[in-house]
Design a protein around this ligand. Sequence first.
Ligand code: ADP
Length: 482
Amino acid sequence: MSDYKTYLCEDNLIGGVWTGADDGARIAVTNPATGDVIGHIPKCGRVETDRAIAAAAKAFDSFGRSDLSQRVKLLQDLHDALMDNQEALAQLLTAEQGKPLFESRGEIAIGAAYIRWFAEEIRRAKGEIVPAPGSDRRLFVTRHPVGVVAAITPWNFPSSMLARKLGPALAAGCTVVAKPATNTPYSGLAWGKLAEEVGYPAGVLNIVTGGARDIGGAIMDSPLVRKVTFTGSTEVGRTLIRQSADTVKKVSMELGGNAPFIVFDDADIDAAIEGAMIAKYRNMGQTCVCTNRFYVQAGVHDAFVEKLRAATADLKVGEGIEPGTMQGPLIDDAAVAKVEDLIADAVGKGGQVVEGGGRHALGGTYFQPTVITGATADMAFATEEIFGPLSAVFKFETEEEAISAANATEFGLAAYAYTKDLARIFRLNEGLQYGLIGINAGLITTVEAPFGGLKQSGMGKEGGTQGLDDYLESKYMCVAGL
Ligand code: ADP
């Protein structure tokens, strides 16, 4: 079995060559569980990014027209390479990101599943023959790769967020310039090594690390980049959408969330707790689909709160690499400060801390899993993304009130509800302004279904049959004079 150091790549991949920044500048990457330096990645900027874009554009000339069977085979091999090295890649992920090892193994597996899914889907990416108005004409709609794709990814799922973008891009015949997040670059760089191992041609996948504004600026300014796929904050997403205007790029955006989790009086409370724990505390609350606001109906409020408190108290906090750990450290000091501020704000407005409430005795960026009751709409976490292990519980009386409160946010990514009432389930489907809705389930992401937000949570879908659409252009061709 390979060691995680096998996949710890200290250089960037540009045009098939592993290289540092031109001026040799590097950035230290630390393990959030220990503060230890894992390694040093290149601090690249505009010049290196332009070189990567040029390499991708050159590679597109042939890869964009390559045999479908070759692209399918490469993706299948990439899937197998990931799974053959699942343990090493999971250890690398935990080392740079902090999440418990079992979650990292799961992330590698779902990333591999996305790659396999798109290897399958691309074989069904059909065009159309459209009935022509006149008998002397035939009308065709054909599908083509969009060209060079830039993929910018965040630190919370440093491997699988790239899988969702690489899968459809490489399936369609696009070439890629990827920019992983600076504090978790190694899981991104590992894709370069895996792609090289399975035989992707030079320039098909390029990976640059370094200054986000410089790399982002080169990407957004380049007319060669035809599509940008971004996962990250709404703030940066807005900037990229603005910057895309000058070269009229296609953009797809997976941005922030503020997920409501509604528990009705008729819910199976134990099932709701099970769903709540995963929807809230996965990756220490640092996912865009994590529950931000629990809305619990008055009749079951106290019972739900007590069970949530007890389950939260049971979460084992520690280094992600240790067996049995359920909660690792938060990503950095800023993440800890944010959760502390949100708690102080809520307590100042009458919220009660019934579990946890502060930094963990382990020190560093460890935080106690926390439950606050008596939450109200004027508290900051009602409208802001928490991104930490803090459960905020609001009490409600009626279904209308719950749906209206759930929708009272600029975001629209994931929503969860627990109920046994079938008619209500369909009212929720129509009433909740969310792109992903989990009914009696706290974890619903799967490769077969489209993942993507409404409102200011983004545009475009990843996964599902829709996940390929953004990577393919359609052309209409009319053949006349027949
Ligand atoms: P997060 O809260 O997940 O860190 P960000 O939106 O700050 O979200 O970062 C997501 C990704 O976007 C990271 O890879 C980051 O380096 C990159 N990024 C941040 N600012 C810019 C920018 N101005 N242009 C391009 N990429 C950026």
